[in-house]
Write a protein that binds this ligand. Structure first.
Ligand code: 5GP
Ligand code: MG
Ligand code: MG
Length: 192
């Protein structure tokens, strides 16, 4: 094989309008959040991270490795019925917890909190399992979530009310593997 002079651009460059958060931004913020969480839970016997499929997978993996306290990893898959804008807040559990969370310190790991409908449901559901505590960490927060005063204790970045992809977030199941968070070109949606 002949090495080419120029490294070829990754396939997704053609689809991205603008990068909002670089991989370095995300890594730095994850380290910062991990330091806070380490300190807050230093006196405990560790933390049960509950990640929500599929969006939180990348952040969960990086956060778990940045933390120095002992953690266990759990995942839930929740789906809310109906069109997002008119969602009644009815949530279906597609995958429940595999473990007993009684007396455990639970940290829910989210990719982005927007309307917070799913999160609000989860925060009512989890206490019925008698955890020692429940907090939330989200990599991204949209303005709606900020206005609604959702109890997200740890927030990575407040982002504008724009549809973003990458670092776990998808458009029609694509772009989750992008190492950054960005905005897609309108042409990707079939627009101009
Ligand atoms: P919420 O229930 O807070 O309105 O939204 C939660 C879910 O909607 C997120 O976990 C994510 O799957 C999806 N979502 C919200 N905003 C965005 C976005 O900007 N991009 C993508 N790809 N998904 C989003
Ligand atoms: Mg999510
Ligand atoms: Mg999605």
């Amino acid at each position: 094989m002949t090495p080419s002079a120029e490294p070829s651009a990754p396939w997704y460059d053609a689809d991205i309008e603008r990068v909002i958060l670089s991989a370095d931004d995300i890594a730095a913020k994850t380290a910062e959040l991990a330091e806070r969480i380490d300190a807050d839970y230093a006196e405990t016997d560790g933390l049960l991270l509950v990640g929500l499929f599929k969006g939180a997978v990348m952040f969960m993996a990086d956060l778990a490795r940045a933390l120095t306290i002992p953690v266990e990893l759990e995942f839930m898959d929740l789906s809310s019925y109906g069109a997002r804008a008119t969602s009644s807040g009815v949530v279906r559990v597609l995958k429940d917890l595999d473990t007993d969370i009684r007396d455990r310190h639970v940290l829910v790991v989210e990719d982005v909190v927007d309307s917070g409908l799913t999160l609000s449901w989860l925060l009512k559901y989890l206490p019925s399992r008698y955890p020692a505590s429940v907090e939330v960490v989200s990599m991204l927060r949209k303005p709606k979530a900020l206005e609604a005063n959702l109890p997200v204790k740890y927030v990575g970045f407040d982002v504008p009310d724009e549809f973003v992809v990458g670092y776990g977030l998808d458009y029609a199941e694509r772009y989750r593997e992008l190492p950054f968070v960005g905005v897609l070109k309108a042409s990707v949606y079939g627009g101009a």
